[in-house]
Design a protein around this ligand. Sequence first.
Ligand SMILES: [Zn+2]
Length: 242
Amino acid sequence: MFGIYTIYWILGFVMLPGIILGIWAQTKVYTTFNEYSKVQTKHGLTAKNVARYMLDGAGYSDVKITHIKGELTDNFNPQTNTISLSDSVYEQSTISAVGVTAHEIGHVIQHKTGYGLIKLRNILVPLINFVGYFVWPTILIGLILEMIYANTAADWLVYIGLGLYSLNILFCLITLPIELNASKRAYKMLLATGEMDVDEAAAAKKVLSAAAWTYVAALLTSVLSLIRMLLMIFMVRGNGRE
Ligand SMILES: [Zn+2]
């Protein structure tokens, strides 16, 4: 029904909007981050000191702050109760450095206060890692059974595989509001603690909003890969039942 090259082209093109948005978002993050890495905050405190000050102020003196190698590798690990700040953040007092730090503290507060979506994501992550092994085998076995028995009795197996695959979309769908919420908390904290004035906080917001676009791109990519998976299944079925 379909030539093999036609199939490759169609499947490749399906992913194209996700790839383009992904590249655009990454570029935007790096250019915005670098732009405001040249601007020092008026307050002048380094990111690690800002982190300590904000955490102590919020009552989380138990949270540790360490340095991590790399660019934009900053994160909060709830298991080790540690905020890791990257090369261009840790000892810097730039708008970008302090903005990213406040965002990570936003994540600390989400974890410590039991923010609902974080709880949901904590359940989802091990589940996705576990079912990840079964997605392709389930779909493939379903399709093979369909071909062998030349009927749609094995359809359900394919749909279970698709259902498991859709958990990736759910993960991205939950991650996006978590990230936006951490940035919103960051913006408020930066102003409330006096680490930034309104103009500086607006600039920090630009850096954090740029980062949010990478999560939008991840969401789009996860939806497109489900569409691609559906197309593959239709094509296999079409070829098998000519
Ligand atoms: Zn984040």
